[in-house]
Design a binder for this molecule. Structure first.
Ligand SMILES: [Zn+2]
Length: 470
């Protein structure tokens, strides 16, 4: 789908040429080599605290963060221990600016997914530093980002950088299972968030193949899970004497209609911008179609090209994937009820009530009930034209010349909708440039690790972005 582009540079090379902005005064200089080495040590310690969720154990990481910041003269608060339960906590700290602009929050989750040590090259909670990497569960998702946030804030304080915006540091419990850490935090601490204009957390990865950065991503929206169950009732009977009200064929017809529904295609500005960045990697007709998606969708061949790719299709429309089916567990018994679960992912601006009504019309059988399953998240999208997006663009332009900065729509879920619901412009910003295959292997997989070169990249990116926003 994507070919190398002569405009992109090998990132190993690029990492060494990051210039310092001329306007930075001498006393505000940061020694990035020393900061990187200190960050590696801090990251190793942080990864050694086992916060596998369940059970989480984030109280231990919250206390570690509090102790660390205390040495830097920043008082942090361990919060929400009662609401989150034994061994669990959120963490909050704030580095004060002069208050002339609104605050920016750096947010990560402290919990990690389970790991099987037998499959790993090193113990997952060893925090091993070797071969130019820091290894451990959470090295990508996302304790490492938390430590890069932490050390960037500390570095700006030590360097005496004049801040117009407060920098708020938040570490949440329980992102990987239910997201209760962020939900409890935003509910209990509206006072701590009331002046926060922007936040960054995990989001879309950047596209790197064979050492070539194809594009750098800042995540501005995500699809919204809206899971539904279709239920058909009938009368139980023996399969040898079938009755007309067998619920199984009625359910099957409803599932087939829902799955075949060609939902309307809808191009968001952020997605249009994503396709334009992808266009720079293509040639000829494909390049033209990606640069002009609206026009492409109006032609049969252009439409087939765009929608024929599952990811492109998913970021242009609501999708419906039937997954779980239940009916009888005996071949000769007609069940009294049959049901199907639909994994539906809505566009960020879709209305759930209208969607459900439209689905009922498509199914066209009022005897099949549509139930909403628990766990519907608030919808979320952020503005693509803000000082934060411009600061990231400028910083990436300086650090990775010629690499397009783009705004993909995430098909998966993060804590961003929870913060967006609290009135904050929430962005996904992964402060490293990792090979696609490394990313796929390490996130929730085995041998999760982050290179030391990437740690330096992340520190330069976050401190540079924060400076540009002052
Ligand atoms: Zn994560």
């Amino acid at each position: 789908m994507i070919r190398p582009s002569c405009r992109s540079l090998a990132y190993a090379l690029v990492l060494t040429v990051c210039a310092t902005p001329a306007r930075v005064r001498a006393q505000e200089q940061i020694d990035f080599a020393a900061l990187r080495d200190e960050t590696v040590r801090a990251m190793s310690e942080y990864l050694q605290i086992n916060t596998t969720n369940p059970p989480g154990n984030e109280l231990a990481t919250a206390k570690w963060l509090q102790t660390f910041l205390k040495k830097e003269g920043i008082d942090g608060q361990v919060l929400d221990t009662a609401e989150l339960g034994a061994g669990r906590a959120n963490f909050y700290a704030r580095l004060r600016g002069d208050g002339s602009k609104k605050a920016i929050a750096l947010v990560h989750h402290m919990d990690v997914v389970p790991s099987n040590p037998e499959l790993w090259s090193v113990p997952p909670f060893s925090g091993t530093v070797k071969d130019g990497y820091v290894w451990g569960r959470g090295a990508l998702d996302m304790k490492s980002e938390g430590i890069i946030h932490l050390m960037s804030m500390v570095a700006l304080k030590r360097a005496g950088v004049h801040l117009t915006r407060d920098i708020v540091f938040i570490a949440n419990a329980d992102e990987e299972v239910e997201g209760t850490g962020a939900v409890v935090f935003t509910k209990n601490h509206a006072d701590l968030l009331k002046d926060v204009e922007f936040m960054i957390t995990e989001g879309e990865g950047t596209n790197v193949e064979d050492g070539v950065v194809k594009w750098f991503a800042i995540g501005v929206a995500e699809k919204r899970a809206y899971w539904l169950r279709l239920v058909a009732h009938g009368t139980t009977a023996h399969g040898s004497i079938p009755r007309a009200d067998n619920p199984v064929p009625r359910l099957a017809r409803a599932v087939a209609r829902a799955a075949a529904w060609q939902t309307p295609v809808h191009l968001l500005p952020a997605v249009d911008r994503f396709f334009k960045a992808e266009a720079t990697l293509e040639q000829g007709q494909h390049r033209f179609w990606l640069a002009n998606v609206k026009a492409a969708l109006a032609t049969p061949r252009g439409r087939a090209y765009i929608l024929g790719d599952p990811y492109r299709n998913a970021i242009l429309r609501n999708t419906i994937a039937p997954t779980v089916l239940t009916g009888s567990n005996r071949t000769n018994i007609i069940p009294p009820v049959a049901s199907a679960e639909l994994d539906i992912r809505l566009m960020p601006d879709e209305d759930t009530t209208l969607f459900k009504r439209e689905l009922a019309r498509v199914i066209g059988d009022t005897s099949v009930y549509i139930e909403v399953m628990p766990g519907v998240m608030p919808s979320y999208s952020a503005d693509i034209n803000t000082s934060l997006v411009r600061a990231v663009e400028a910083q990436i332009h300086e650090m990775l010349p010629g690499v397009p900065v783009t705004t993909p729509l995430a098909a998966g879920a993060t804590d961003r909708p929870t913060y967006s619901h609290a009135g904050i412009q929430a962005y996904g910003l992964e402060p490293y440039i990792n090979e696609n295959r490394e990313e796929e292997k390490g996130v929730h997989g085995i041998d999760e690790r982050l290179s030391i070169a990437n740690i330096e990249f992340g520190l330069k990116l976050i401190t540079g972005m924060l400076r540009r926003m002052q």
